[in-house]
Design a binder for this molecule. Structure first.
Ligand code: SF4
Length: 344
């Protein structure tokens, strides 16, 4: 068995429904129809993922909390002992739901893209989204503390920041001002925004994606040390750079790809996590067959020809547009054609 014979992890966009309208949304959620599989179909998909023995499953979207059957899925993964991280915008979480989330999911990550309402709401495209996300963090904090006080393990939750130019000036503020408000917070992860989905459209790289120097600076070890020194004691701070998800031919040749399977709400398996274009659905075919088809795409002549010359974030955004258009379905292409250039 080699390193890519099965995926190390599964990223499941469990729905494309979402109340927010983020400028950088990788899945273009809230602006496209979202299939709504039945709970039985969701469980079939969950079983398909489990058959691949992934080390980690990420449930994202869209807003997963809109999906009926989400907690059945969580129970299925929990019974199998596979760690799951649930991502939410925190738009609609009340006290009972906060408790339920921490009990059902090993990790809950709330997306927060601004350290202030002004920045977060602008990026997220909806007024009050900062107030709602931070209220969710407060409720998770309270629920986690309650679990600890009852002698149970505290719930694990954290903040995930998609870093782009609009919030780069607030990087330290997340550590100094936001994190101390939630004493139970376990992690604060900064993730460099990639040119996927809406973040790959015309103009986005020029205005919002970090340029290559900014990306190098943020992912350097000294900067991480600095951020950790600003954060409350016990909070884990990380900076994640997923540029290997470009699937650059050099990385493929040298085995430097982290093999991840990204799955759409209808069970469609993306050939490559960052790009449009699927290779079939886990509801129709064995997941291992689909995975092998996906891995073959990494060496497709069009992919190699398009990605080989990529050197900069801007080049990559251009390559994403070409690959998405080439491998996307007619519906994908029509959706891509409708994307407004950034800024709108
Ligand atoms: S909250 Fe997430 S899924 Fe919804 S629009 Fe924003 S990035 Fe997309």
């Amino acid at each position: 068995m080699n390193a890519t014979s099965t995926p190390a992890g599964v990223i499941w966009d469990i729905t494309y429904a979402c109340p927010l309208r983020c400028s950088h949304c990788y899945s273009e959620s809230g602006r496209r129809p979202s299939p709504q599989p039945t709970t039985r179909q969701l469980l079939r998909m969950a079983d398909a993922f489990l058959s691949l023995r992934p080390r980690q499953i990420v449930i994202t979207g869209g807003e997963p909390l809109l999906v009926p059957g989400l907690f059945d899925v969580a129970a299925r993964f929990s019974d199998a002992g596979v760690p799951v991280t649930l991502y939410t915008s925190g738009w609609r979480v009340d006290r009972p739901l906060a408790r339920e989330l921490l009990r059902a999911f090993p990790t809950v990550a709330v997306s927060l893209d601004g350290a202030t309402a002004e920045v977060h709401d602008r990026i997220r495209g909806r007024a009050l989204s900062y107030a709602r996300a931070t209220n969710t963090l407060r409720l998770l904090d309270e629920a986690s503390r309650g679990m600890r006080e009852q002698g149970a393990a505290p719930g694990a939750f954290g903040v995930d920041v998609a870093v782009m130019r609009s919030n780069l000036h607030q990087i330290e503020t997340f550590c100094t001002t936001v994190a101390p408000r939630f004493p139970e917070l376990g992690h604060l992860v900064y993730t460099l925004t990639l040119p996927a989905g809406l973040a790959g459209r015309e103009g986005f790289a020029d205005h919002e994606l970090l340029d290559d120097e900014q990306a190098r600076w943020l992912t350097g070890p000294h900067w991480l040390e600095h951020l950790q020194s600003l954060a409350p004691a016990g909070l884990r701070v990380a900076v994640e750079d997923h540029q290997r998800q470009m699937t650059h031919p050099d990385d493929v040749a040298q085995g430097r790809i982290v093999p991840l399977m990204r799955v759409a709400p209808d069970g469609g398996v993306h050939a490559m996590p960052v790009y449009e274009g699927t290779v079939g659905s886990v509801l129709d075919e064995p997941p291992l067959v689909l995975w092998e088809r996906a891995v073959a795409r990494w060496s497709d002549p069009f992919v190699v020809r398009t990605l080989a010359p990529v050197k900069t974030m801007r080049d990559w955004a251009e390559a994403v547009r070409l690959i998405d258009y080439h491998f996307g379905s007619p519906a994908d292409r029509a959706r891509i054609d409708r994307r407004p250039a950034f800024p709108v």
